[in-house]
Design a protein around this ligand. Structure first.
Ligand code: ADP
Ligand code: MG
Length: 255
């Protein structure tokens, strides 16, 4: 569904400057849950911004369903780490969720139905009239997820969406996301620096080494549906976690 070939990104005009992304190639299949794992500063956000067409790549190619990506594609939605900056504080929850729908040409009634369904999916039914600042961090991020869902994307790009949340809220949102992924039949590209989160969520994990190049590409052999307690207690979970840890630390690993 998404093909990235030999993507390279150098910020600024100097082509000799150190690249934020050295060279990255990978593919994402339809309905796949792919996690991209890498330490801070290795180029994860840069990669996602290039994939979404928000910033131009320096070279290489990105194709979504065969079409080159040159600007933000119709079928794509994003969720960023910083929900306090991505939600509009002067708009209600419903206003925030329905805001992008005006660019989809939906009637008022259709937009309202999509908003209701999305808020329902993130368990925020009835919160329409609240303002973001009246909600907890976890609830605000659920609003941001609802806004992405209401748009009915085929592919959802998420940049460390749970990194600013406490551990308990975070695991709740991981499970919510898995449920949404299954019900809404979306492809998810999820960026994180958290190994456990990547293994728990993904069908497949890519490890980015700085400056971003793909260091490891592993399939997650864990059964679904997953569960915070039983899945994380499986020996396969521990084994994969160890492998990814070594890869991120730069230790030699069996590829
Ligand atoms: P990550 O999301 O993995 O933490 P980033 O993609 O944000 O990493 O950053 C990768 C590298 O690119 C870093 O060295 C960072 O300083 C640099 N960088 C990020 N954004 C810009 C920018 N707008 N201009 C110049 N350099 C940038
Ligand atoms: Mg980042």
């Amino acid at each position: 569904m998404l093909e990235v070939s030999r993507l390279r990104k150098v910020y600024g005009a100097d082509p000799q400057a150190a690249p934020a992304i050295e060279e990255v190639s990978f593919e994402v299949a339809d309905r796949e849950f792919l996690c991209i794992l890498g330490s801070s500063g290795c180029g994860k956000s840069t990669l996602l911004k290039c994939l979404s067409g928000l910033i131009p790549a320096s070279s290489g190619e990105i194709r979504l369903n065969g079409e080159p990506v040159t600007g933000p594609p119709e079928d794509m939605a994003f969720v960023f780490q910083d929900y306090s900056r991505s939600l509009l504080p002067w708009m209600t929850v419903a206003g925030n969720v329905s805001f992008p729908l005006r660019y989809k040409g939906l009637s008022k009634r259709e937009a309202q139905a999509a908003t209701d369904e999305a808020l329902d999916a993130v368990s925020l039914a009835g919160m329409h009239k609240r303002f973001p600042w009246q909600l907890s961090g976890g609830m605000q991020q659920r609003v941001a997820i609802a806004r992405a869902l209401a748009y009915r994307p085929k592919i959802l790009l998420m940049d460390e969406p749970f990194a600013s949340l406490d551990a308990q809220t975070r695991s709740g949102l991981e499970d919510l996301l898995l449920d949404i992924w299954r019900r809404f039949e979306v492809t998810v590209l999820f960026i994180t620096h958290d190994i456990d989160e990547a293994v728990y969520l993904a069908d497949r994990v890519l490890v980015l080494e700085a400056p971003a190049k793909v260091g490891l590409d592993v399939t997650v052999p864990l059964p679904r549906p997953r569960d915070q307690l039983t899945t994380k207690a499986l020996p396969e979970f521990a084994e994969l976690r160890g492998r990814l840890f070594s890869a991120i630390q730069g230790a030699p690993v069996a590829r």
